[in-house]
Write a protein that binds this ligand. Structure first.
Ligand code: IPM
Ligand code: MG
Length: 362
């Protein structure tokens, strides 16, 4: 029989800490989702890049590593961060060393209260919390521009210069408006700090005035980032799609994860919407060294990132099935990881999601 299955090549980079535990778990449920679907399969290559490699050989990833990634359909990433390596070296040596040159400029972070998960918000307030935060992922405060001079002297200077370009702002705002258009509420909130930061943030405001004219069907509003934190807590249902700079959205997405129960479930897609390069999918929780090696990490952030990976590959039915399986497991509440109030190990949560995928109710 001829092999008519679609095949996707996945580069898996578990990286540091619990990335080593949740990425294998995620690959398991992705394989199960493919098997259930029957129309496609994965070919996975795993890379041992990360802080262990840095300590042994002086670099998080090998020379030419980036070019090896280009041929894949997607990258499935765990985390980068190790107490033995300065954080800025592990970050710039791996995650940013991939996302920046591949120009994965749209970072997408859904936040939704899953069935059976409790929010720290007042009862009832969070039940209809359903947001997507779009984080500018290529410039802004993470552009890497700046420097240190007069090291060690009293007059030492450290500069981190935020870089905002009209092109960079235009493309992320358009991306967010298009994403808002695909959601039922068709609402987008622009977040800046243009009262205090009077150059780049005012550019964001001005570009937004122009770009939103092309999206008359989307209801838009604007918030300053400080006031936004209050609105997220006090009036979550008033928000839908949100677009913000690299740093602002970094902070807001941690808040969003906490409001939806735990950072352990929150997913991310680092997208090249133009599809010139493979996009990268990762849980946002980081390496969590305090619980690594114990087999108790919550794999749901990695699973939900897997859902986003499937969506990006155009496997919408499999994405929906995997999301439903995750929601069935959290909704039943029998097999929950510790951060969601249960006692289940990573493997038990993985088995439960696989069983749900194989079940008749999906
Ligand atoms: C995230 C993380 C990273 C970031 C850290 C690990 C550097 O917090 O993906 O949100 O700030 O981008
Ligand atoms: Mg963060």
């Amino acid at each position: 029989m001829m092999d008519t299955q679609r095949t996707y090549r996945i580069a898996a980079i578990p990286g540091d800490g619990i990335g080593q535990e949740v990425i294998p778990a995620g690959l398991d449920v992705l394989a199960a989702a493919a098997e259930r679907d029957g129309g496609f399969k994965f070919q996975v290559e795993t890379f041992d890049w990360g802080s262990e490699r840095f300590l042994a050989r002086g670099a998080m990833m090998p020379e030419g590593g980036l070019d090896r990634l280009r041929g894949f359909d997607a990258i499935y990433f765990g985390s980068a961060g190790d107490p033995r390596v300065p954080d800025h070296l592990s970050l710039w040596g791996l995650r940013l060393a991939i996302c920046q040159p591949l120009d994965l400029y749209a970072n997408v972070r859904p936040a939704r209260l899953l069935p059976g998960v409790r929010s720290p918000l007042r009862a009832g307030t969070a039940s209809n919390l359903d947001w997507v935060i779009v984080r500018e992922n290529s410039e802004g405060e993470y552009a890497g521009a700046g420097g240190r001079v007069h090291r060690g002297l009293a007059q030492e200077v450290g500069l981190d210069v935020s870089v905002f370009t009209r092109d960079g702002v235009d493309r992320i705002q358009r991306f967010a408006l298009e994403l808002a258009r695909r959601r039922p509420a068709k609402r987008l909130t622009l977040v800046t700090k243009s009262n205090a930061q009077r150059h780049g943030m005012v550019l964001w405001d001005e570009v937004f005035e122009e770009v939103r004219q092309d999206f008359p069907d989307i209801a838009t509003d604007k918030m300053l980032v400080d006031a936004m934190t209050t609105r997220m807590v006090l009036d979550p249902a008033s928000l839908d799609t949100i677009v913000a700079t690299n740093l602002h959205a970094d902070v807001l997405s941690d808040l969003a994860a906490a409001l939806t129960g735990s950072i352990g479930i929150a997913p991310t897609a680092n997208l090249d919407p133009a599809r010139r390069a493979p996009s990268m999918f990762e849980p946002i929780h980081g390496s969590a060294f305090d619980i690594m090696g114990k087999g108790i990490a919550n794999p749901i952030g990695a699973f939900w990132s897997g859902v986003m990976l499937l969506e990006h590959l155009g496997e919408g039915a499999a994405a929906k099935a995997l999301m439903t399986a995750i929601e069935q497991v959290t909704g039943r509440g029998e097999v929950l990881p510790r951060d969601l109030g249960g006692t289940a190990a990573t493997q038990a949560v993985t088995d439960a999601v696989r069983a749900a995928l194989a079940g008749k109710n999906i």
